[in-house]
Write a protein that binds this ligand. Structure first.
Ligand code: GLC
Length: 489
């Protein structure tokens, strides 16, 4: 039996015994590449805090730190019905949310499949499709009796890409992220584009708020759990929002008529952390993903941790191991050649395989790729999935820790949503462990007592968007600003 050296952590399920030396060496090499130790977590967090500051400064930095014009948390007493539209990556979701005034709500929703070609199609196709979905939702679920009522349909539009906002109801797309690449949207305000499509199709909706999913998640989670101070998405992309005060946002100086202690939600767009590649331990696989992406040198952090990329990292490593003759000898690996053909769900399946000899993994490789695997190969693949998933969770924790450190938050909840957070096995536990290491919490502290907890969020792009629409309309009715001074809008 071959034993691992004392420094190599054992695999979560069963020891990596009975593995030929060559594969063990490969595992060791992968562990070196993908492991982020405590010291690195701390250094990355320190750098992250500085970058958050920089993003708020007049000169700016890589992290956009976008003022989102949400200037208050909900009281819980908000009432009324609002439409919410979520343009995620895979689906479009339309909801009608009724806020009941007691930290509770009712929701009716419909999901519309977004054809993958649309991600790289034309701008007109995109907005027309969205307008059609809204129209169909209204016809099915909402009776519009007359013109007056029609004008009262307010929409919170969750558009989760970096948009510069001069007010709550506009947003100029800085750049597409998450693999989108639609012409003629970057550099433009997306609100008038949607409004024009709605007008063209006579859909009687007013876009009252443009929202990032992280801001929506923070507000929605705070609505049901007032200890929530941060909203995070760990999904196809990765990002967070939190509250600053206007006086702490130098880049807004002179542009707003607001007292310095006014809260201001910040959509960090932290996926852009370390775009200058100074601190993150990138592997050659991360570099390749970046180079081959539609926007190289953007979203450095996101490309190492978000759901869109986890399967792709795994695929590139496998191809490399095969190319060097370590795995899948005599197997036809042509089915692994297509970029992005593996998604994070496969890694989840591998990590969750309950069988000691990893038969679920074996079946998945047979049926999906026509590749027969040996048991030692499967153990290596399992370890690889663990390493990629663990790196994602640990690096993500640096972002949460950085926000807390920047704001001197020692105790809070972060509301988290997204497919990776909700579905990837052990992601939450691994992230909590990383936070413990970063903050040096004592070993005997029970996880339930960790002072900073990242926990499942309330529905941000539905309930959050509706709440933000409600908060905005209230501010407008009270004559309070919802954006920059007129000359800057
Ligand atoms: C990407 C987007 C960001 C969004 C995140 C999660 O990072 O740029 O706006 O919040 O994905 O969906």
């Amino acid at each position: 039996m071959v034993h691992l050296g004392p420094k190599t952590p054992p695999s979560r399920k069963g020891l990596l015994n009975d593995i030929p030396k060559d594969l063990l060496d490969q595992i060791k090499h992968l562990e070196e590449l993908f492991t982020v130790d405590t010291a690195q977590l701390k250094t990355i967090t320190d750098h992250f805090v500085n970058e958050l500051e920089k993003g708020l400064s007049k000169t700016g930095g890589s992290i956009p730190m976008i003022p989102a014009w949400v200037m208050t948390m909900p009281t819980g007493k908000e009432k009324g019905s609002y439409l919410a539209l979520d343009m995620g990556g895979t689906n479009l979701r339309v909801c009608e949310v009724t806020l009941l005034g007691n930290r509770d709500f009712d929701i009716t929703q419909c999901k519309y499949h977004m054809p993958p070609e649309m991600k790289t199609g034309s701008s007109e196709e995109l907005w027309d499709y969205i307008a059609d979905c809204l129209d169909s939702f209204l016809k099915q679920h909402h009776t519009v009796d007359d013109e007056v009522e029609a004008k009262k349909i307010h929409l919170g539009f969750t558009f989760s890409y970096p948009c510069s906002q001069t007010a709550i109801n506009n947003g100029t797309l800085q750049r597409w992220t998450k693999g989108f690449d639609i012409d003629n949207v970057e550099g433009h305000d997306v609100q008038p584009m949607l409004a024009a499509a709605l007008k063209k199709k006579s859909v009687p909706i007013t876009v009252s708020a443009l929202i990032n999913d992280t801001t929506g998640t923070m507000v929605a989670s705070n609505y049901t759990d007032p200890e929530t101070q941060i909203g995070v998405i760990f999904g196809t992309g990765c990002n967070a929002a939190y509250f600053e005060t206007v006086g702490n946002i130098p880049k807004l100086e002179g542009m707003v008529d607001l007292p310095p202690d006014t809260p201001m939600a910040i959509n960090c767009e932290w996926g852009a952390f370390d775009n200058e590649h100074k601190i993150l331990p990138r592997t050659s696989y991360d570099v390749q993903i970046d180079n081959d992406s539609p926007r190289p040198n953007q979203q450095a952090f996101e490309k190492m941790i978000a759901g869109l990329y986890l399967g792709e990292i795994f695929r590139l490593v496998m191809l490399d191991l095969h190319g060097e003759g370590h795995v899948f000898e005599d197997e036809d690996v042509s089915s692994l050649q297509e970029a992005y053909s593996i998604d994070a769900a496969l890694l989840s399946l591998i990590e969750e395989d309950p069988f000691e000899n990893l038969t679920e993994l074996e079946d998945a490789f047979e049926s999906r790729f026509g590749i027969s695997t040996t048991e030692p190969e499967r153990k290596l693949l399992r370890r690889l999935a663990e390493l990629i998933g663990t790196r994602s969770a640990r690096l993500s924790a640096c972002g949460v820790a950085a926000i807390c450190r920047k704001k001197d938050i020692t105790k809070c909840h972060a509301g988290a949503d997204g497919s990776v957070f909700n579905k990837y096995p052990h992601f939450q536990k691994r992230g909590a462990q990383a936070l413990k290491e970063i903050f040096d919490w004592p070993d005997d502290l029970a996880v339930a007592d960790y002072p900073i907890k990242v926990q499942p969020a309330e529905d941000g792009s539905g309930v959050g968007a509706a709440l933000i629409a409600a908060l905005t309309l209230k501010r407008i009715s009270e004559g309070l600003p919802v954006g920059m001074k007129a000359e800057f809008v």
